[in-house]
Write a protein that binds this ligand. Sequence first.
Ligand code: KG4
Ligand code: ZN
Length: 331
Amino acid sequence: MSRDLILGIESSCDDTAAAVVDADGQVRSSVIATQTAIHAEWGGVYPEFASRAHVDSIVPTIAKALAEAGIDARRLRAIGVTRGPGLIGPLLVGLNTAAGLGMGWGVPVIGINHLRGHLRSADLEQKRVRFPAIILLVSGGHSFLARMTGPGDIALLGSTRDDSVGEAYDKVGRMLGLGYPGGPVVDRLAATGTASIPFPRPLLAEGLEFSFSGLKSAVSRYVDKTPAAPTADVAASFVAACMEVMLSKCRRALDAFPSAALVIVGGVSASPQLRAGATTLCAELGVELCLPPLRWSTDNAAMIALATWDYLQLERPPRPLPQLNLAIGDY
Ligand code: KG4
Ligand code: ZN
């Protein structure tokens, strides 16, 4: 029997996920045990509860992923598990479970940078990314632009000085009483409102760095001072500011570094407003837009498994140890 599949495990934040993926990015199974209901009460991820929920669900989630793929461990070439960035408790649950299974099964265990997982999400099911490419990674933990001239060659162009855009969405969702996570609900509400409030567009005219904390505070001040304002208009105005910032930075990066493709990944790449805006921008500039299918935008283990194939090919050291502060260029 050939060892032609990888088991990916993701537990860096509030989703316990396992997936089986082949070397071409075809997903044989993907299972996600989400903790949204546990954290909704707190309006954000409560780390200790996240760790405990991972402990409860990780083995059943992995068992289900193997069963749905119709395979056992003898088909596994490796186990790829997120080693960071993320919350230490949740990361340790994934890493320790992977270590135990790898030892028992005689399968190598490789620690994977979650950000490289997001990057590879755009090639799941179908190869989409073309080089040179500008990458916009926008998630709950990160917001940055990078440039890739080839599969292994990535350079950071600019990242956020404070909050990520996903974090701003989550905080605004909480201010408007919409629950957690804020992204999808804020987007849905925004679609029904008018972007009539002139919220700031931080660093709009400057460079390739981002800043979202001033925008978040401006929304908070506005909501405090104007309690009668229609929430749909607040959401629409906030989303309009986020879109203008993200899309104008993409345009600036593409102007500075002419590229074949714009790749947008991370949880916020699920935003219909961002997808529509990026489609228009890329059509105007004659650049290919590479987006992961919606289900691979937010955290999942299939992207971790696909990234694992790269680590094997490059013969990276396995390092199945937690590392909280990984940047996109790290492994
Ligand atoms: O990549 P991800 O699942 O987890 C991290 O690695 O952080 O991203 C989660 C973030 C959350 O902040 C969530 O509010 C945001 O992605 N998000 C969205 C949408 N869906 C998820 N933001 C905007 N629009 C969406 N439709
Ligand atoms: Zn993520």
